[in-house]
Design a protein around this ligand. Sequence first.
Ligand SMILES: Nc1ncnc2c1ncn2[C@@H]1O[C@H](COP(=O)(O)OP(=O)(O)O)[C@@H](O)[C@H]1O
Ligand SMILES: [Mg+2]
Length: 314
Amino acid sequence: MTSDGDEIYLSYKGVRKSFNGVPALDGVDLEVRRSEIFGFIGPDGAGKTTLIRMAMGITDPDSGECTLLGMKDRRRARISAGYVPQLFSLYTDMTVNENIALFGSLYGTAKETALQRAEDILKRTGLWPFRERLVGNLSGGMKQKLALASGLMHTPEILFLDEPTTGVDPVARREFWAILYELNRQGLTIIVSTPYMDEAELCTRKMFISNGRILDVGTSEELLDRYDKKILVLELDERRAKDWLLKCSHVCDANLFGSTYHIVVDDVGAAAADIRKELELRYSPAPELTEATPSLEDLFVAFSGGVTSCRAQQ
Ligand SMILES: Nc1ncnc2c1ncn2[C@@H]1O[C@H](COP(=O)(O)OP(=O)(O)O)[C@@H](O)[C@H]1O
Ligand SMILES: [Mg+2]
């Protein structure tokens, strides 16, 4: 090890895991280093939760090896790891303070230390003014923060968050991420799973996973550098347009993102000319077509849909 940043805090080597004969992890190789905010990005059923549960020693690989904080014995290592599961249950008939004290006691923290730690964490997560409130009366965003606070009660070195902001409003999500950045700045290594691309963007490094296989790993810049397609954006909110768009030359794929089409092409000039010809025939006035920089969302759709070929000039 040459510096702190090179320390491997989590690793998977050739990891396979099946449930009832169906592969959930299909040969996973990955290393996460100290001080990263690392994203497990993928759709439902991709294998994200299985990876996290395996890191925490809740489940074992069928073959291959998983280490946490350099240790094969992850049940021993997890004393220094925090875990906030996807469906985290707080006690709704207890106050914020009572909940967090309970988590302190679960880890065997001395009462005085636990109280001090709780105060510190509640202040850092902005929950201190609400410490006497019943959890049942907290907003969704505050509940997520309390779940996070609970996972920090035993001062872990690495924290696993499984889809921590699913169902939380955008403002609360931003606040949540500001706290994560602050914790990371103070030295906490964070692993976060999410299906949201705006959150994927916020991770310092990330991997795309689908059907138990890692599709790519890197920073946003590295991942986008490897993407060799171009994107045309078409201001057209019409589901059935996809059929003729896919028939245009040099078009590899076309998907509605909200109310605009993102059209994946290999030759911008040739594709745009062909699409414009069709637009003028079909619409008056013709909707706007512009080139856009590919985003992580474009990459994700490409990975999930498996764009393989483009229509050449006919
Ligand atoms: N305990 C389990 N028993 C049976 N199948 C499971 C179990 N845990 C996960 N799976 C299956 O493994 C695959 C990956 O699941 P999971 O890791 O939960 O994905 P994600 O968290 O990305 O949604 C899914 O097909 C899921 O149904
Ligand atoms: Mg999951």
